[in-house]
Design a binder for this molecule. Structure first.
Ligand code: SD4
Length: 340
């Protein structure tokens, strides 16, 4: 049965777009690839470092910090709160030596990505959560920000409270607010329709790093943690092979160790786009009907500077910047808004 489903899906999921089919003969570097259309601005910020022979690690951190500074109900303290009205943030970072650090469910700290980097550099640990993460941040010079909601987040939360419907599926519970899996990448007021920024980069020296920062699923259960701060789920870097990051319903990404899987597919010789597609198929094949109702997108970059992406649903886009190009590219997908 499983095999039949796989064959059915493989024949149904003919990509509408090709992210990149021809592979580079010489490495393209430096290069940075980020999730979503606002990844374009993130890349530009990171390029100030990457384009000047800077370290990929510094570049991805700076791109993530730029995103965290935006008070736009998307990522960072301006983002949507959990169902108790509290904003809690997740972030991870990984370098070319497989050093990594992460924080989860951290509150009132503006730059979780930099706290994640401190976890990586100053502690023997990989992941620190909740109150402990906040205390660690305060001890390391981060300021305690006020416990308030941004105007767009307040509006979205008040709207959500009217029904207080809790379904642990990304963007489903606030579908009525135009923020469902079938909504455009931007809402009418220009708000980016996602909660996560994932970034992978390769420096001029050929070394790779990645970072993810997120407010997690909007109106999540208090204390819920998604894929973004889990190394191997929301972010993975292997300096021999490549790097990958994800966006979408974190629970589904965690179940398959999504980005580790993508990188392992690249190690087996698959192109970044095909590696992402195979990881998405691994998720979807388990229950293709259920998968029609959620989004997961992966992006990947290999050591030659080839990149690619693939998603469960139409609508996932990636932003790329190198010396040769600066583009926003729609990812290939399985379902066209829930329809095969
Ligand atoms: C999570 N993966 O917390 C994140 C959410 C996300 O765009 O990617 N939103 O599950």
């Amino acid at each position: 049965m499983k095999r039949r489903r796989f064959i059915q899906l493989s024949s149904l999921s003919v990509p509408a777009f090709t992210v990149k089919s021809v592979r580079n003969k010489t490495p393209v570097k430096p290069i940075i690839v980020s999730t979503w259309a606002d990844g374009k601005r993130v890349n530009q910020e990171a390029w100030k470092i990457l384009g000047n022979n800077g370290r990929a690690l510094d570049a991805v951190e700076s791109g993530a910090r730029w995103m965290e500074d935006q008070q736009n109900c998307c990522v960072g303290l301006g983002a949507n709160p959990d169902r108790d009205g509290i904003v809690s943030l997740d972030s991870s970072i990984m370098d070319e030596h497989a050093n990594c650090g992460a924080v989860a469910a951290i509150q009132r700290i503006k730059h979780p990505v930099s706290v994640a980097r401190k976890v990586m550099e100053l502690t023997p640990h990989v992941l620190i959560v909740g109150k402990g993460a906040q205390e660690f941040a305060l001890k390391n010079g981060f300021a305690l920000e006020p416990q308030t909601l941004s105007e767009p987040a307040k509006k979205a939360y008040e709207e959500w409270l009217k029904k207080s419907q809790y379904k642990p599926e990304i963007n489903i519970e606030n579908k009525d607010a135009g923020n469902g899996p079938f909504a455009p990448a931007y809402l009418d007021d220009g708000t980016p329709n996602h909660d996560t920024m994932g970034i992978v980069a390769m420096g001029a020296d050929g070394n790779m790093s990645g970072a993810v920062t997120t407010s997690g699923m909007g109106f999540k259960m208090h204390g819920r943690v998604g894929d973004s701060p889990i190394i191997g789920a929301g972010l993975f870097v292997d300096n021999e092979v490549g790097a990958a990051t994800s966006s979408g319903l974190g629970e589904e990404v965690i179940r398959v160790c999504g980005t580790h899987l993508v990188v392992e597919f690249m190690r087996m010789g698959y192109s970044p786009g095909m590696a992402c597609r195979k990881a998405v198929e691994r998720i979807v094949n388990r229950d293709p009907e259920r998968a029609k109702g959620f989004q997961v997108g992966f992006l990947a970059l290999d050591k030659m500077g080839n990149y690619g992406a693939f998603a469960v649903q139409k609508g996932f886009v990636i932003s790329v910047k190198s010396n040769n190009e600066e583009k926003i590219i729609p990812a290939d997908y399985i379902y066209d808004y829930g329809v095969t």
